[in-house]
Design a protein around this ligand. Sequence first.
Ligand SMILES: Cc1ncc(C[n+]2csc(CCOP(=O)(O)OP(=O)(O)O)c2C)c(N)n1
Ligand SMILES: [Mg+2]
Length: 410
Amino acid sequence: MGVEDEAKLRGDALSGDIVMGKSFTARNAASDSAEERRGALANRRATSASRRRASRPLDGEETDSMAIRDVAVAGLSREQLLTMHYEMVLIRRFEEKAAEEYTLGKIGGFLHLYIGQEASGMGAISALRPEDYIVSSYREHGHAILKGLDPRQVMAELFGKATGCSKGKGGSMHMYSSEHHLIGGQAIVGAQLPIATGLGFSIQYLEERRVAVAFFGDGAVDEGAFHEALNLCALWKLPVVFYCENNQYSMGMAVHKAWSVSSLEPRAAAYGMPYARVDGMDVFEVREAMLQARERAVSGNGPTLIESVTYRFRGHSMADPAAYRTRDEEKQWRTTRDPIALFERKLKEQGLIRDEEIRAHNEKADALVEECARFAEESPMPSEDELYHDVTVDGRGAIAWRTKPSTPRE
Ligand SMILES: Cc1ncc(C[n+]2csc(CCOP(=O)(O)OP(=O)(O)O)c2C)c(N)n1
Ligand SMILES: [Mg+2]
């Protein structure tokens, strides 16, 4: 993708914030009919979809005719590696589509994209088992999909619809699925660390063989909750993995301006905890570290702190023009460290993927995210009654009382 395309995308993202406000309403009011609006929407979506396809960089030589080898890499079969490639493409496409829908006013609230961090999520979650818990931040759409949630339900949640994974009541920052053991996206920076600690305690208490993984950003390590969680987990040898996705910025604050040390190693050492620093743009490196941390945890040897060094390619949220860093810095990362392009290059070097397979994955992901948006659009809004459901575990408490048929609400 050229810098100009990126600038255009950024422009779109920014105009999205305006679109959410007055100008969107004005344009809607001016439009002659609902049908006309739907047509305009479809056209805009189609244009953006083709721009997304056109902008996807293919890395390296054309390999359509190359001989494919069916060898395992890092213990992963070609089939598994291709699935990982597809899933990384899918979560990027999903976010691009979400950005587009946000600019169209279909998604309310904030929207934090995971673009650029795909290998960090894929490597980590591929090392986990379905029964393992994960707790994440508000930048969790990719985590949710990689953990097995249906992308349609994730998109519907973004749209605030009843078919969303949190019944439309959570939105972008609160994806949740007890079935997939995703114990939430958390909007409070650092909240996921004590929650993972609690999950770790329950795993140990119930003598289960699984782990709880907290996914958090570099900003969360300056919260008191980080220190409380690490201390208790280390003291009680709880089966927890602390996975810091250091994308080098917390909102507009660069890590080197916020940390008095250059890595999290001293902080892990403060709690006598094993530590690993990995290249978050390298799926294999991340996966290996998470496999080791998981093994340590389920063997009763306690928690690990992993620092995955990565980069978010977009602003903190759709509302952020990222004025605190240079376009050159972003370009450098996008053109030389794109985690999907790096993975493709590795697979090509090993003779494990053809360009036609890369293209097919992109097309399949594009088709799926279009379907997700259609599904979300056509889904109903939650009913008013939903406000009172899932609020207390056992139906007791003030809110449950207020919803008793015999109790007037006002
Ligand atoms: C306790 C708390 N303090 C401040 C905020 C406001 N806030 C939202 S996101 C954010 C930055 C967090 O950055 P980081 O942890 O690096 O995660 P990233 O956004 O980079 O994934 C801040 C300060 C908040 N949500 N919660
Ligand atoms: Mg960060």
